[in-house]
Design a protein around this ligand. Structure first.
Ligand code: SF4
Ligand code: SF4
Length: 226
C-alpha cells in the first residue's frame, strides 16, 4: 500500500488560501489512506469540521472505493455533481496518485491534504514499513522474499557490507542486517545463496514516467514488458 501522512495543516490552509477557496469539497480514499487512517471517513470528517471551524464552507465530501482509479473518481464527481460544482477547490486526502487522478477528472483546482511517503507493508496496526521501490526488475526470487534494494539502507544487492556487526545493520543499529536475514531465511528453507551474484540494477528498467497498457494485444510497455 501507499503510506501517507497528514500534511501540515497550516500548509493545507495556505494552499486553499492561494486558490481563494471559500468553499471546498473533500475527497478521501477507501483503500490505502483509509488503512493508514489519513484519508478515511474519520479523517475526512475531521478535516471538514476543522475547515468549518475556520470559516471555510465544505460543500460536501466523498470517499470513493479507490482514489487512484480514474473511472471510480469520475463516478464520485458525477454522484456529487452539485456539491462539486459549488466548490472553489477540492481537498484530496489520498496519495499523490489519488490527487492527480482527481485532478484529471475535474476542472476544479485540486490540492493535496497528505504527503505520500512510500510503498509498504502494514506490519501491525499503525506501523508501516517500506518494502518496494518499484525498481522494475524484481530480485525477490533470489533473496527469500526480502527486498535488499529497499530495506538495506545502502541498497546493496549482494551484501552484507563491511559495517555489519554481530548480524546487526551498521546504519539502522536496532535492526538485523538485511543480508543476514536473507541468508537465515534461505537456510531455513533449505536454500543457499546463489554462487552467481546479482548483477547491478539496470536503472533503465525504471523509466519515468511509468506507463503500461496491459490490455490484450497492447502489452508493450516502456518497461520492456512483453
Ligand atoms: S527488488 Fe525491486 S521490484 Fe522487487 S521488491 Fe525490491 S524494489 Fe520492489
Ligand atoms: S549492515 Fe547490512 S543492511 Fe545494513 S547497510 Fe550493511 S549490508 Fe545493508
Amino acid at each position: 500500500m501507499i503510506v501517507t501522512r497528514p500534511r501540515d495543516w497550516a500548509l493545507v490552509r495556505a494552499q486553499l488560501a492561494d486558490l481563494h477557496a471559500k468553499r471546498v469539497f473533500i475527497m478521501g480514499c477507501g483503500q490505502c489512506a483509509t488503512v493508514t487512517e489519513t484519508g478515511g471517513e474519520k479523517e475526512v470528517l475531521a478535516a471538514k469540521a476543522r475547515l468549518e471551524q475556520e470559516g471555510v464552507e465544505v460543500t460536501g465530501w466523498s470517499i470513493g472505493e479507490v482514489a487512484c482509479h480514474a473511472s471510480g473518481q469520475r463516478l464520485e464527481v458525477r454522484k456529487h455533481f452539485g456539491e462539486f460544482s459549488s466548490a472553489d477547490a477540492v481537498l484530496v486526502l489520498a496519495c499523490g496518485a489519488g490527487v492527480q487522478t482527481t485532478a484529471d477528472v475535474t476542472d476544479k483546482p485540486v490540492t493535496p491534504g497528505l504527503d505520500s511517503l512510500f510503498l509498504g507493508t502494514v506490519v501491525r496496526h499503525g506501523v508501516f514499513e517500506e518494502r518496494c521501490q518499484m525498481c522494475g526488475e524484481c530480485v525477490l526470487d533470489r533473496t527469500a522474499g526480502i527486498c535488499p534494494v529497499t530495506t538495506c539502507p545502502k541498497g546493496l544487492l549482494n551484501g552484507p557490507c563491511g559495517g555489519m556487526w554481530n548480524g546487526m545493520c551498521e546504519v539502522l543499529r536496532d535492526r538485523e542486517c538485511v543480508h543476514v536475514r536473507i541468508r537465515e531465511r534461505l537456510a531455513a528453507q533449505g536454500r543457499a545463496v546463489s554462487a552467481v551474484p546479482l548483477p547491478p540494477k539496470d536503472h533503465s528498467k525504471k523509466l519515468k514516467p511509468g506507463s503500461i497498457d496491459m490490455r490484450a494485444g497492447r502489452k508493450k510497455s516502456r518497461h520492456g514488458g512483453a
